[in-house]
Write a protein that binds this ligand. Structure first.
Ligand code: ADP
Ligand code: ASP
Ligand code: MG
Length: 440
């Protein structure tokens, strides 16, 4: 029985005709790749724009009654470069005209944003000689904005014929709900690939990008960080939730139940090993002490102090309800005997800090409330941490030697991570110091 691959190519992997050629070479070398999932063309260099960002701008201008011709022209030129340099036989002018008219006629923001993947899918399918399947006809959302799994799997299995040699291109990032286009959140082509891998029982879900796998730390902060060979779904989720955005944080859910590994690979260096993201139950012969370091800036910590807090059985419930009724997610909640800290992101808090503090005062009558803003969180993640003594000591010594003031510590009950709160301004120093203490 053939074992199929689903291969998703990110924006930088399909940014130019030159990148398209690399993709063709990769796909031609592996006949088991049954479905290719493209993103929209991304940046060609640091200063460039992603097609998706330009499409969002077109929508915004048009919805204010403003002209967007110049930006639309930039989009069109990107696609012409690909089509003309590769002599792909597609009537782009006609499709682009239609899209432009639709944007002028105020089609939804999701429709506009999705056209980058749509066009790239049409061009890529023709270039590879594969069949194009419009994602709107196979990826379905429900009222809750989640993937309607049953309908989606049924339709994907209907359209993708596993019994013959046919191969397919399905654009990433969007699907449909009641015949209108819907998109995932940004970076969502990763989720499309994962949904399709699950539907066709793929052996591997390949995710081709511009780095040779998941690195121990963000390469924009640490110079030349080591590559991670294996990482479990759980570790990956911790790291991507905390800002290591190589893969969309929700991309593991569709493949998790069947345990389909995700292989992160570099389109520009296809022979590099890459990172294999595997089920949590896998055993490894060799373990690293830590798997990765990630972090995010922009948090506020609200610490509530009250003597004998624990004897009031409703204390926690009331405290949490203040955040719930204000529609704010709690990121972490480390506690002591007579104090508890609530950590929330500034984006979520959105100017409601004084209202929240007032409500806590009214409901809980605490001895003291202290809030500090401009905090960053850094997560040190690793399945090897459970078995190894002294990891936290090593992290804290590294931070103190680097002069970083630790404001909060929280260790997850899974013992898979240590989360450290510190000043925004210490963020990069902290990540470099921790990296250095484990990898130098
Ligand atoms: P694509 O367009 O292929 O989906 P993304 O830009 O979404 O690619 O993700 C790849 C980028 O993730 C890399 O270029 C890198 O800058 C960034 N990144 C952040 N943290 C890490 C990390 N820990 N390891 C590798 N890359 C990282
Ligand atoms: N093109 C979309 C974005 O820029 C989706 C993706 O790249 O996965 O967010
Ligand atoms: Mg991405």
């Amino acid at each position: 029985m053939t074992e199929f691959f689903v291969s998703k190519f990110g924006g930088s992997s399909l940014a130019t005709s030159k990148q398209y050629k690399k993709v063709k070479e990769i796909v031609n070398k592996n006949e088991n790749i049954k479905v290719v999932v493209p993103s929209a063309p991304g940046k060609r260099d640091e200063k460039d724009h992603k097609i998706t960002d330009l499409l969002y701008m077109c929508h915004q201008l048009s919805s204010h009654g403003l002209k967007f011709d110049d930006i639309f022209k930039m989009i069109a030129e990107r696609f012409f470069e690909i089509r003309d340099n590769l002599s792909i036989d597609v009537d782009l002018e006609k499709i682009l005209d239609e899209i432009k008219t639709n944007i002028e006629n105020n089609r939804s923001i999701d429709y506009c944003a999705s056209r980058g993947e749509h066009l790239n899918g049409i061009l890529l399918a023709k270039y590879l000689g594969f069949e194009f399947i419009d994602a709107a006809e196979v990826i379905f959302f429900n009222e809750m904005n989640e993937v309607d799994e049953k309908k989606t799997i049924e339709e994907l299995q209907n359209k993708i014929k596993l019994g013959d040699k046919k191969r397919y291109v399905v654009p990433g990032f969007y699907g449909s709900f009641k015949s209108e286009i819907k998109t995932f959140s940004r970076g969502g082509s990763d989720i499309t690939g994962s949904v399709i891998a699950n539907a066709i029982d793929a052996k591997i879900y390949e995710n081709w990008t511009d780095v040779s796998g998941f690195l121990v730390a963000d390469p924009k902060i640490v110079e030349n960080p080591k590559e991670i060979e294996h990482i479990t779904y759980k570790e990956l989720r911790e790291l991507s939730y905390m800002g290591a955005k190589v893969l969309h944080e929700e991309a593991i859910f569709p493949v998790k139940n069947k345990g389909i590994p995700i292989h992160i690979k570099n389109t520009n260096r296809p022979y590099d090993k890459g990172t294999l993201i595997v089920p949590d139950t896998w055993n490894f012969s060799k373990e690293n002490l830590i798997t990765g370091i990630a972090g995010k800036k922009g948090f506020t910590v609200i610490t509530v102090e009250k003597t004998l807090m624990n004897s009031d059985k409703s204390f926690l419930r009331k405290l949490v309800s203040v955040f719930e009724t204000n529609d704010i997610s709690i990121e972490h909640m480390p506690s002591g005997i007579d104090s508890i800290s609530i950590i929330v992101s500034d984006i979520d808090l959105n100017g409601k800090l004084s209202k929240i503090i007032e409500e806590i005062r009214i409901y809980l009558n605490p001895d003291n409330i202290i809030s500090s803003s401009n905090m960053a969180l850094v997560a040190v993640v690793g399945r090897g941490m459970i078995r190894t003594k002294g990891i936290s000591a090593k992290v804290f010594t590294a931070l103190s030697d680097a002069g970083v003031n630790i404001r909060m510590i929280s260790q997850g009950s899974s013992e898979l991570n240590i989360i450290i709160g510190l000043e925004n301004s210490d963020f990069e120093t902290a990540i470099r110091a921790i990296y250095k203490s484990f990898y130098n």
